[in-house]
Design a protein. Structure first.
Lengths: 313, 313
């Protein structure tokens, strides 16, 4: 496996693509390209969480897919419980354009890494899930095509406990607890530059209101007990895909808090991040992905194709 | 993740330890050591199969364990369908001592890699499974302690479709097909230096006849349809552990050929290596391992432990 951290923006070390590129072997795919999964960790556009980076990359790599972790533009060290001053860096469209830069880097090096560029999955968690869904609804729009080029369509999306409808966020803000409201305000400053964005800005950041027939097939999951990003956001994104005729799969687990990542010991920050029922999402995503993007496993190996011969003795 | 290939024997590049050392993060274990899995691929002591190396390492890494792949001393390029001349290199005890060298390397660098040296699992497949079981029954015997030192006990073994009883192999050789007999003869030359080893040599290479109360707890699996290494070898190793009072777990899947590795697309060389029922072994091994060697996931994260404060607004 080739693990390498590649800066994607000149003069900055915060926007990076970390590769988890699998070794080739004549005993297995023998040079055939593999699908890849590009992972966008969450962190309210304030940070990129380690819990949703390497552990998730290794989970997909263990299925035979190349994996990549993108650390996109975020606000940086901040206490979400304090009022934040806006910073340009983490605001729309910069984190979204970073996804395009990552897609272009993978596409440019597809031959070297033996990636099938038509089978790159973008998989995000929480704010990273929002960023993934934004990319899925903007990859063919000028915000991406002008900045990084045409044709960088993801083969599929995996959208985990993500905000997808900022209009809903604004309308229901008062239903949430004090901590959730503080995080919501900090994230709004980070991504939209203000705690009180206008209606057009809310719509422009809402994949559940923007998805169309060019949005890729999507696997969506959430937990019903999530108090920070209600599962309603996942339902709305699914409903929009149903409306526009894009294939999707949706799993909402009744229990489990926000930010479970894999919901196993491999990604847990504390015991509350362990949830054996919600951990099912990864098995479901794995079989969904394999049905769509199975590896090109040969019918017969070289040994099985060898000419028949007599018993050598 | 730190991937590095480390030579274990001076002046040779064929005996190597490849690391798959997980990144530490303040959001997760925050410096706490993790258990590790040392993987020994199979290949009849003629080769070390890629199919039982990196894909297996990544499967264990995806559970939160550090992983290591040992390429131990093997015969080298050879057509098992031809008669082979003995070579010293791959013969007992060299491949076994290589496991000790790997255990010592991991132990020596445990602090740097944040490995818990009391929780190193040795996991082997086919000939690698034999080598793992041999290590489990020899780690406290002079063949290891004189060569690499005392106290290098594995915390557990995972023994996959391995030969464990060479006396049985010799007695039943004629029951097998021509191809299986040819591979058996080649493997015997590689490991024992002759196609007709004496009775003492057969016993000395048979973990199912040697295991005692110092053998570590073992997870054992095989497929009933394996025509190269009959599942009887797994049954015999399990029966011996039962006799000497060592905890063990055993899964024999009715169908599935020899050498399935993970039995998924991640390790398949051809379609015959895919087996959704036998692929269950890894889930069973994962929960067996977690029951014994769970990561030290904190009760509460730093964020959860923060002092309570008033609503900031």
């Amino acid at each position: 496996m080739k693990v390498e951290r590649i800066p994607l923006r000149d003069g900055r070390d915060d926007v990076t693509l970390t590769t988890y590129v699998l070794d080739d072997s004549g005993e297995m795919l023998d040079g055939s390209p593999r699908p890849a999964v590009l992972i966008l960790p969450g962190g309210a556009y304030l940070t990129c969480s380690d819990r949703e980076g390497e552990p998730v990359a290794l989970a997909f790599a263990s299925l035979g897919y190349h994996a990549f972790v993108l650390r996109y533009s975020v606000y940086g060290d901040a206490d979400p419980m304090q009022d934040l001053e806006p910073r340009e860096r983490s605001q729309f469209p910069h984190p979204l354009v970073d996804v395009g830069l990552a897609m272009r880097e993978i596409r440019d090096r597809a031959e070297e890494w033996r990636v099938d560029p038509s089978r790159i999955v973008v998989c995000g968690f929480s704010a990273g899930g929002h960023n993934a869904a934004m990319y899925g609804t903007h990859w063919d729009k000028p915000v991406i095509t002008d900045a990084v080029g045409e044709g960088l369509r993801p083969g599929a999306l995996i959208v985990s406990y993500a905000i997808t409808d900022y209009v809903d966020v604004a309308e229901r803000a008062r239903e949430q607890g004090a901590v959730e409201q503080a995080i919501r305000r900090a994230a709004a400053v980070a991504y939209l530059g203000t705690t009180e964005p206008g209606h057009d800005a809310l719509i422009a950041a809402s994949p559940a209101l923007l998805a169309d027939e060019s949005t890729p097939p999507s696997f969506i999951w959430a937990t019903g007990a999530d108090s920070l990003v209600p599962a309603r956001h996942s339902l709305r994104f699914a409903a929009r895909l149903a409306d526009v005729g894009v294939p999707y799969e949706l799993h909402v687990y009744e229990q489990g808090r926000h930010g479970l990542s894999l919901a196993t010991q491999a990604s847990a920050g504390s015991r509350g991040d362990l949830d054996s029922r919600a951990a099912d999402w990864f098995r479901q995503a794995s079989s969904w992905l394999e049905a769509r993007f199975a590896l090109d496993v040969p019918e017969l190996s070289a040994w099985e194709r060898r000419p028949l011969r007599e018993d050598p003795r």
